[in-house]
Design a protein around this ligand. Structure first.
Ligand code: PLP
Length: 359
């Protein structure tokens, strides 16, 4: 990408020129065949990235809207769920569920780690209606082993709900093969598009839960959205975010051209390259090697994170993130996802080396 200022944050990420150009086109009326055909193609592309045969619903919201929508559409008040939290976004999922009067059993894992399957095995009971978990915890840069947990969830009566906001399109996720019932993601991270769309796919088992759900919903009603998607040419119940859809459709096309498996391999290769560079500088990771993410790397920066972030932006035109919550000034988080290449990784490593010396 030939741009001066680059986003090496965990999201929003750099948006390719092809996507920007698509979004600059004139408006399409949404109740037309023209839009229906684009939306149909868009859905097929989302299914390809989700690795699912299930319909993927699209809502105009950021990722948090997708998390909330999955709660209000799957559960009834007083249901009990097990939420695994390994950081800010696991905490958020639990908080949303509590807001809707759902009884939350929370499995808290120390920040910087992922959960071990045996912890889930010993906590999940027949009383729970679902296991809710974050794939890639963006606040720490740690991963949960969604595949391993998914194998355990096979044929369980509980729903398996996964927040893949900062992993889908960069780290392998196979919704159908890994027994995921509700998979949530968003436009502004690995999918190389501006913020504003959430994507949610629901399994057959998930739709059974949806039939019984008594939590009020209107705009985020999955059934209404699905009914409109099942038209010969799919539609949305309300006016869709047309430009975000056409833009993200172009980004998905780029992913298809590269091939989703190659995209994931590229992320793995660049993440390894980045981590090697960090090790060479003698800096310390926040996350144990076993759980390290291929989309975001957290580096310990005791009391210096905010200054490093400022220097990176002001002097090197590279936007990175500091920590979140209690880690605000303790770690920097560098995103290497979406529209990212070796040159950007090298530029970031070079700048970080100099920034660290200045503090
Ligand atoms: N879940 C994860 C793992 C995230 O990384 C984020 C955003 O960073 C969210 C949920 C919330 O998404 P948004 O900020 O788009 O509402």
């Amino acid at each position: 990408m030939n741009i001066d200022k680059i986003l090496m944050t965990p999201g929003p990420t750099n948006v390719p020129t092809r996507v920007l150009n698509k979004m600059a086109e004139n408006m399409i009326h949404h109740r037309t065949d023209e839009f229906g055909n684009i939306f149909k193609e868009f859905n097929e592309r989302l299914k390809y990235v989700f690795k699912t045969d299930n319909t993927v619903l699209t809502f105009p919201s950021s990722g948090t809207g997708g998390l909330e929508a999955s709660i209000v559409n799957m559960f009834s008040r007083k249901d009990k769920v097990l939420v695994v939290s390994i950081g800010v976004f696991g905490d958020r999922f639990a908080e949303i569920a509590r807001m809707y009067d759902i009884e939350v059993d929370k499995l808290d894992v120390p920040w910087g780690k992922g959960v071990e399957l045996k912890e889930i095995e010993s906590r999940l009971t027949d009383e729970h209606k679902a296991l809710i978990i974050t794939h890639n915890e963006t606040s720490t840069g740690a991963n949960n082993d969604i595949q391993k947990i998914g194998n355990f969830m096979k044929n369980k009566k509980q729903l398996y709900i996964v927040d893949a906001v900062s992993s889908l399109g960069a780290i392998e996720v196979r919704m159908d093969d890994w027994n995921i019932d509700v998979l949530v993601s968003g436009s502004q991270k690995a999918l190389m598009s501006p913020p504003g769309l959430s994507f949610i796919a629901v399994s057959e088992k998930g739709w059974e839960f949806n039939k019984r759900s008594d939590i009020p919903k209107y705009y985020f009603d999955f059934k209404k959205a699905k009914d409109r998607m099942d038209n010969e040419l799919p539609q949305t119940p309300y006016t869709p975010a047309v430009s975000l859809i056409t833009g993200t459709n172009e980004a998905l096309k780029m992913i298809q051209e590269e091939g989703i498996d190659n995209v994931c391999k590229r992320h793995e290769r660049l993440a390894c390259m980045f981590r090697e560079g960090i090790k060479d500088m003698g800096l310390e990771f926040f996350v144990d090697e076993k759980y390290q993410s291929n989309t975001v790397t957290s580096i310990k920066m005791e009391n210096k994170a905010v200054d490093i972030k400022r220097i990176m932006e002001e002097e090197f035109n590279i936007v990175i993130a500091a920590g979140q919550g209690k880690l605000k000034n303790e770690i920097i988080r560098i995103g290497h996802l979406g529209c990212v290449d070796e040159e950007m990784i090298n530029r970031t490593l070079g700048a970080l080396k100099q920034a660290v010396k200045k503090i």
